[in-house]
Design a protein around this ligand. Structure first.
Ligand SMILES: Nc1ncnc2c1ncn2[C@@H]1O[C@H](COP(=O)(O)OP(=O)(O)OP(=O)(O)O)[C@@H](O)[C@H]1O
Length: 322
């Protein structure tokens, strides 16, 4: 399969700040590639380097051309901070961007694709956050791009809006569009991406399919039970387990074995209050590889530090919008 984007040893320094420190990656045609990293990791700088809007050392090829030589009609870019005029309607905005190209898609079909057919004549300022972001996405689709570059497509929008954007990206990917997106929402990358690149302090520290990253770096699943059990309870299970401060953690229990584990616990005469089972995810991978957790607002919390006000290691599909 042909590579749509190839970057080799890309480096960008701003004064004393090394924003990108030798990043190499390639994105295949039709692939959804998500670049994960906290605020300041270098995501936007890499977007700029790949599109040739910032000077960087190293080599970048897009459609096997220098980025600045690529026909702009082949690329759709959603910048992180896209702030169109408030008093243009969704239709006017998409139509305006369509006018920038020699050939563009029918405006109504674009509005339909982004789920704004019913709100096409609403001013931008009166659309919800999710609708606004989908309008912005519409302006990037009007030239029917072969490569879509989305810099933090869902930052700052509510969970329902985020899911709507996810569905839209999934539809585009199913239609064969190559997508490069950046995000600090691990769940977003896990859901959408064929491959994920983990960026930390300007370095690409891992790059693989989400499942492979989780299998190699995510650790075990955990069954956590609040219980009054005696310390010796850990001898009862055939899985590794530990008891501390009234919390029993049993590792690597497959979901179908949870009932047996609970029966074993009950048989010891112990009672319990709550029980939760969690699978490892990309958050665990990032933590394992960097010693850092990424909060919902994209800040990092280093292992051993007090979590920030927005809840520390949180980045679920449902929560944490600011
Ligand atoms: N034009 C610039 N001038 C000076 N420093 C810059 C410039 N652009 C980025 N940086 C610095 O480079 C580093 C990487 O920034 P970048 O915006 O690429 O990160 P990011 O991962 O996109 O972060 P965020 O999620 O906050 O947008 C940061 O330390 C940032 O302050």
């Amino acid at each position: 399969m042909a590579a749509t984007v190839v970057a080799e040893d890309v480096r960008r320094v701003y004064g004393d700040t090394v924003a990108l420190d030798g990043v190499s990656l390639s994105i295949d045609e039709g692939e959804v590639f998500a670049l994960i990293g906290p605020n300041g990791a270098g995501k936007t700088t890499l977007v700029r380097a790949l599109l040739g809007t910032t000077d960087a050392e190293g080599t970048v090829r897009v459609f096997d051309q220098s980025p600045r030589a690529v026909d702009r009609a082949r690329i759709g870019l959603l910048p992180q901070n896209f702030d169109p005029p408030d008093r243009l309607t969704a239709r006017e905005l998409v139509s305006y961007y369509g006018g920038l190209y020699d050939e563009s898609r029918d405006v109504d079909s674009v509005l339909d694709d982004v789920g704004l057919a019913d709100d096409a004549d609403t001013w931008y300022e009166n659309l919800s956050g999710g609708q606004q972001r989908r309008t912005c996405l519409g302006t990037t689709l009007v030239n029917d791009p072969d490569l879509l570059v989305l810099d933090e497509p869902t930052t700052g929008i509510d969970p329902a809006g985020r899911r709507a954007v996810w569905r839209l990206i999934e539809d585009l990917a199913a239609g064969g569009t190559t997508v490069f997106l950046t995000t600090h929402y691990m769940a977003e990358a896990e859901r959408l991406a064929d491959r994920v690149g983990l960026l930390a302090d300007g370095k690409l520290i891992a790059c693989d399919a989400p499942d492979s990253l989780i299998a190699n770096h995510g650790g075990d699943s955990r069954l956590v039970v609040d219980t009054d059990a005696e310390p010796s309870v850990t001898n009862e299970f055939s899985y590794p387990s530990e008891l501390a401060d009234g919390q029993l953690t049993i590792y690597d229990v497959p979901p179908e074995a949870i009932g047996d584990v609970v029966e074993t616990l009950e048989a010891t005469g112990a009672s319990y209050d709550s029980l939760s089972w969690t699978e490892p995810d990309l958050e665990d991978v990032y933590l394992d590889l960097t010693g850092q957790a990424v909060t919902a607002s994209g800040e990092v919390v280093r292992a051993g530090e007090t979590p920030l006000a927005d809840g520390g290691r949180v980045d679920t599909a449902a929560g944490g919008d600011r």
